[in-house]
Design a protein. Structure first.
Length: 324
């Protein structure tokens, strides 16, 4: 536990127990909190649910450092910076012991699998704080641009939470991408289903800390805290620049077109490029250099990222798009 000398807010670093290992080591979830003396919104920052997605950990640390220098105006900021420490240490997306994806294990269960038990601990802890907003930090392919993602509209029953998440996403400074697939066991899907506003921030490449993306992430979070009147952002509002040709309104996520053939991919366009329907974005060649497929855009939009691998096979998603 750590407490700040500042009279206006209290800083706490502590742990939640998740598992005792076979060598009797205690595995714990690091927990961080900054509580203003003035009541206000309750925001959670969460990182590294996928063990190889490390930028969120550092982004959270930097936001906390910033707020220790310039206190919150009101409210509480909580964080689980490292939700999957077991995967992190192995450089793995999943919880390596049980080979499970923690972000497909929510809302979790006290008596379930290892991932479900950890998910339950995370979920119940967050729910008890009656949160205003959860910002879940992820990473993407190596060259992906940063962007914000919201789950598909969960319908009338959860409209309030969804509208709040969408309003916060629009203040993030990033392009807002609407997920089209319902990922029913993901963290954010279940938060929205429990009427808790939640959104995902994708901060570029996985595996290593990309300092530029950390800066974008910190600025984006401060934009949102400023919007919630928790933090007075003295800097200009952050906007991630994208070509003017794309309108700054929510776009739909698309992982299609996919490759129709096996072979080696040669990309004809890069993340951040604006594309038109019918625009060729990749060619797939066989091992003798014979063209097998030209991958052509199905919609107008922007390229969010492309695969880290040059291996194509039929049905392989090789690019991600935000489409109009
Ligand atoms: Zn992820």
């Amino acid at each position: 536990m750590k407490t700040s000398k500042d009279q206006r807010q209290k800083v706490r670093y502590s742990f939640l127990k998740i598992l005792t290992g076979s060598d009797l080591s205690r595995r714990r979830l690091p927990f961080m909190a900054i509580e203003s003396v003035n009541p206000g919104p309750v925001v959670w920052l969460t990182g590294c649910i996928h063990g190889d997605e490390v930028t969120g950990i550092v982004t959270i640390q930097e936001v906390f450092k910033k707020i220790q220098k310039q206190p919150l105006r009101k409210g509480t900021l909580y964080a689980f910076p490292l939700m999957n420490p077991i995967g992190f240490e192995a450089g793995s997306r999943n919880i390596t012991i049980s080979r499970e994806d923690l972000n497909r294990s929510f809302p979790g269960s006290k008596n379930g699998s290892l991932a479900e038990r950890i998910a339950d601990k995370i979920f119940t802890t967050i729910e008890q704080t009656k949160p205003t907003l959860i910002l879940d930090l992820h990473n993407d392919w190596m060259k992906s641009i940063p962007y914000t993602v919201i789950d598909p509209d969960p319908g009338q029953a959860h409209k309030q939470a969804y509208d709040k998440a969408k309003a916060a996403a629009e203040k993030s400074g990033f392009l807002v991408i609407i997920e089209t697939e319902e990922i029913r066991r993901s963290f954010t899907y279940n938060l929205l289903a429990h009427n808790i506003p939640a959104l995902t921030i994708e901060l570029g490449e996985s595996y290593v800390v990309n300092e530029t993306n950390v800066q974008y992430g910190v600025k984006s979070i401060l934009n949102i805290l400023n919007y919630l009147e928790m933090f007075e952002n003295k800097d200009e509002p952050f906007i991630f620049e994208v070509p003017d040709k794309i309108k700054r309104k929510p776009l739909k996520f698309a992982s299609e077109p996919v490759s129709s053939a096996s072979g080696i991919i040669r990309f004809l366009a890069s993340p951040g490029d604006i594309v038109k329907k019918g625009h060729a974005v990749a060619k797939i060649y066989n091992t003798f250099g014979k063209l097998q497929d030209t991958v052509v855009c199905l919609h107008d939009g922007i390229i969010l990222g492309h695969s880290d691998s040059s291996v194509a096979y039929p049905g392989a998603p090789i690019m991600a798009f935000g489409v109009t």
